[in-house]
Design a binder for this molecule. Structure first.
Ligand code: FAD
Ligand code: SIN
Length: 531
């Protein structure tokens, strides 16, 4: 199969790009592929909303820029921050034009929420199911766009580069080029090749590398691992963001999120003695940036020997709560928690990958003809810690920028020739699929135990040793077994785990989300943290 533009991923990043490209080139072919069904994405689960400077009388670009830079703890690329903050509102208007609805006040003005690290109310939202509404609007628009082919249940195994037709490709090869991808078609169970002039990776995050995560099953870091295998550039993987308030529900995976917007509306974190402990950690209390709140909760849990803390909403207005957070209200009720009478048990969970495939200001990766945007990309916006609700915004801004750049390139590129078919000779059906599941659980346990919110050198060393063993076992299985999504995901998660540990080992300091007690500098942030 050949296509002009190949988009891998049907979340906000991939769909933003695909729609723009399809409208620009009605005579070209745009193909979107996704490994399960189209709407099963991190995007669909986004709750709090999308940040953007909406009312320039009350808010300003400079304030949003400053908030992003402060959260990013000195590692943001300031040029990229400015681009995203200034171009963001235009992109939000575009999705509104596709039909996405955001909540309004009685006055008809948009209702703007607040989340941790934001100095102003600037979060547009659709109740507590903003991502579902945005995904719906994008997929509806796609349904009425003729020249996009959407292929569900199609698992990308690897991007095709010169390596696949016999050239030695190393990290120093200057012209690594992408010719398309090998996919496992889950309808035919065959590996096929899709050749493309332009390939866009919009494969999302990697929360599944941890035992407790807010991310759905699809978030296995596939795009990041593929680019790493192709010898492309990956950066900042040590900055894994833990969301402070996932619902504590042992045995349930993924964890249900209790959006930060609840704290924005007045929710208060309390420990088992009912103390509002955030006062002891940061002057911004419950609305400090996420890295600080997650670390404080982690510390309170360790200090008091509990597996969760509480989010107290009992003082909040019931009608307003149900109006803004109907999904959370119902979910809590379904497990016997009436949030107006009982505090909600919450604990941190792996939530977002700030690093990923390194891209420039046009979403170009280090591999020719390969673009990346959305959570799988590292644009420089988030630095060491992402500001809440900046992710959906970044995905749309860079979906647009990838489109602007690739539309100028497409006619200069020809399809690759003599690309070999996938070789499956010598492989057999897996005898025990359970081995793959067990290895994935082992990986998640290693990452949770040794590479979580608080790290030490010895923990990182232990993690690496254990990952080495898992890697060797899984590679042996991969070489001898017929490819399956489960095996590929395991392989990708091990690669992502390795990249997180490697980044963490390399960073000899504590900064943003990477907190290593053997490398403490910022003593002012560390008061009350048990070491
Ligand atoms: P995704 O939406 O995750 O889409 C990834 C796509 O890639 C999927 O279609 C998947 O099938 C496809 N894919 C992956 N691997 C393969 C493969 N090997 N082959 C084929 N297809 C593949 N951010 C905010 O800004 N505001 C919020 O309020 C917010 N709330 C959140 C709440 C939750 C519970 C979670 C989990 C995240 C939240 N985030 C929020 C983060 C944000 O939702 C994500 O970062 C963003 O949606 C990622 O979009 P994406 O398009 O990059 O990837
Ligand atoms: C939330 O709603 O708390 C999540 C927001 C985000 O991840 O940006």
């Amino acid at each position: 199969m050949q296509t002009d533009f190949l988009v891998i991923g049907s979340g906000i990043a991939g769909l933003t790009y695909a729609l723009k490209t399809a409208k620009e080139f009605p005579d070209k072919k745009i193909t979107v592929i996704t490994k399960t069904q189209a709407d099963e994405t991190n995007t669909k689960y986004a709750q709090g909303g999308i940040a953007g400077v909406w009312d320039e009388e009350k808010d300003s670009y400079n304030k949003h820029i400053d908030d992003t830079l402060i959260a990013g703890d000195g590692l943001c690329n300031e040029q990229i921050v400015e681009i995203v903050v200034k171009e963001g509102p235009e992109r939000i208007k575009e999705i509104i034009a596709y039909g996405a609805e955001f909540d309004k006040e009685e006055t008809g003005e948009y209702s703007l929420g607040k989340e941790g690290g934001h100095s102003e109310n600037r979060i547009l939202h659709h109740k507590d199911v903003t991502g579902k509404e945005m995904e719906r609007a994008l997929l509806d628009e796609l349904g009425s766009t003729k020249n996009i082919e959407l292929i569900n249940h199609c698992f990308v195994v690897d991007i095709i580069t010169q390596h696949h037709f016999g050239y030695l490709v190393t990290k120093s090869t200057l012209d690594i080029t992408c010719y398309g991808v090998y996919v496992l078609n889950l309808h035919s169970n065959q590996i096929e090749k899709i050749l493309a002039k332009i390939t866009l990776l919009a494969t999302g995050g990697c929360g599944q590398a941890y035992r407790t995560t807010t991310n759905p099953r699809i978030a296995t870091g596939d795009g990041i691992a593929m680019v790493y295998r192709a010898k492309g550039k990956i950066e900042n993987m040590e900055f894994i963001q833990f969301h402070p308030t996932a619902l504590y529900e042992p045995g349930v995976s993924p964890s249900f999120l209790v959006t930060e917007a609840v704290r924005g509306d007045g929710g208060i974190l309390r420990n088992k003695s009912s103390e509002a402990f955030m006062e002891r950690y940061d002057a911004r209390r419950d609305l400090a940036p996420r890295d600080i709140v997650a670390r404080a909760i982690d510390n309170e849990m360790k200090r008091t020997g509990t597996e969760h803390v509480y989010l107290d909403c009992r003082h909040m207005d019931k009608e307003k709560f149900i109006h803004h957070f109907p999904n959370i209200y119902q979910k809590c009720l379904s497990i016997g928690i009436d949030v107006m009478q009982h505090m909600i048990p919450v604990a941190p969970a792996a939530h977002y990958s700030c690093g990923g495939i390194k891209t420039d200001e046009w979403g170009r990766t280090s591999v020719k003809n390969l673009y990346a945007c959305g959570e799988c990309a590292s644009t420089g916006l988030h630095g060491a810690n992402r500001l809440a609700s900046n992710s959906l915004l970044e995905a749309m801004v860079f979906g647009h920028r990838c489109f602007l750049d690739s539309k100028e390139q497409v006619d200069k590129i020809s399809f690759g020739e003599k690309i070999p078919d996938w070789k499956a000779t010598g492989t057999t059906e897996p005898r025990e699929m359970i081995l793959i599941t067990q290895s994935q659980k082992e990986l998640q346990q290693i990452m949770t135990d040794y590479v979580g919110i608080v790290r030490t050198d010895i923990r990182l060393e232990r993690a690496m040793k254990r990952l080495d063993l898992l890697f060797a076992e899984t590679e042996a299985l991969y070489r001898s077994t017929k490819v399956s999504p489960q095996l590929c995901e395991l392989r990708n998660l091990i690669t992502v785990g390795y990249l997180i540990v490697k980044g963490a080992e390399f960073r000899k300091e504590s900064r943003g989300l990477h907190f290593n007690t053997d490398h403490l500098q910022k003593s002012e942030l560390l008061q009350n943290i048990i070491l």
